[in-house]
Design a protein around this ligand. Sequence first.
Ligand SMILES: Cc1cc2nc3c(=O)[nH]c(=O)nc-3n(C[C@H](O)[C@H](O)[C@H](O)COP(=O)(O)OP(=O)(O)OC[C@H]3O[C@@H](n4cnc5c(N)ncnc54)[C@H](O)[C@@H]3O)c2cc1C
Length: 326
Amino acid sequence: MAMAALRGPAGRFRWRVRAVPGGARGAAAGQQCYDLLVIGGGSGGLACAKEAAQLGKKVAVVDYVEPSPRGTRWGLGGTCVNVGCIPKKLMHQAALLGGSLHDASHFGWEVAQPVRHDWRKMAEAVQNYVKSLNWGHRVQLQDRKVKYFNFKASFVNKHTVCGVSKGGKEALLSAEHIVIATGGRPRYPTHIEGALEYGITSDDIFWLKESPGRTLVVGASYVALECAGFLTGLGLDTTVMMRSVPLRTFDQQMASLVTNHMASHGTRFLRGCIPLKVERLSDGQLQVTWVDLASDRKDTGTFDTVLWAVVFPVRGLPALSLVSRP
Ligand SMILES: Cc1cc2nc3c(=O)[nH]c(=O)nc-3n(C[C@H](O)[C@H](O)[C@H](O)COP(=O)(O)OP(=O)(O)OC[C@H]3O[C@@H](n4cnc5c(N)ncnc54)[C@H](O)[C@@H]3O)c2cc1C
């Protein structure tokens, strides 16, 4: 028997039983069996896998990074290590250092002016650090005897996963328990003309080789504000466009403190506006057309980069093919 996952009436997954040779737990020839199989090598998946291995279980982690629409890809460790907390904090640190350099002369430091920032150099250092963490995670798994597969996983049945490598090689992995820790990825507003074609997301910003230049950040999530914050701090002309309130689910008094602080450091805010389209001009710049919801007036602006940070959904289950394979 194999199980095909279907969405039940409550939106939850349920399993439809289908007959396949080998039985539900019958491992086919060449199939590798584990006590625990973890799909997703991010903060959650790695912690779970290492803990289980420590408790004496036979564990495997399957992790695969789907390249961003711009082609950005990265290694083991998930969002936090590669395109989240870590590179973000390093870029904030770069921005803070710039601020300190600016203040330093008032405290007697003789800093040659003008002080310039080299994005390429910073990005290289950040990316090298992230790569060292990717390596560190692989070593940690090895040390704990957790098997790592760089495979994209999809379910075959309740206890079996099919992993497909970048080169198309397939392997069947089965386990008594399978943990889904597939995290989330930013999403493009594909209904907006030019959004996917010309925009980037937080999946790309940390891996850009060149400075993003004049940037429009669309969204008011913490990802939007954090990216806008370090871009401003690095001296880049940065605008945040938001439809309604910043940091919607956060304490609004704190949210105002954050946006006021950012505005005082030079971030521009376009509130109550939504983008309508993005076009590339003949000089390579991106022209964004938006509407001000209060006045219904349309306006345009030109930018070098448009960064979408509109939604950050927990992709989890829908990202993973739960439909049984033939
Ligand atoms: C810009 C930014 C800044 C952030 N800053 C912070 C912060 O300061 N503090 C904080 O606590 N959090 C922060 N976060 C959030 C944090 O990064 C995430 O909450 C965390 O990384 C989620 O971990 P996870 O293990 O659930 O998923 P992820 O880290 O996303 O890992 C999931 C892994 O599963 C892989 N995967 C998905 N589907 C499959 C499949 N079918 N087969 C195999 N592998 C698959 C994915 O490619 C990925 O490698 C930030 C996020 C962003 C984007």
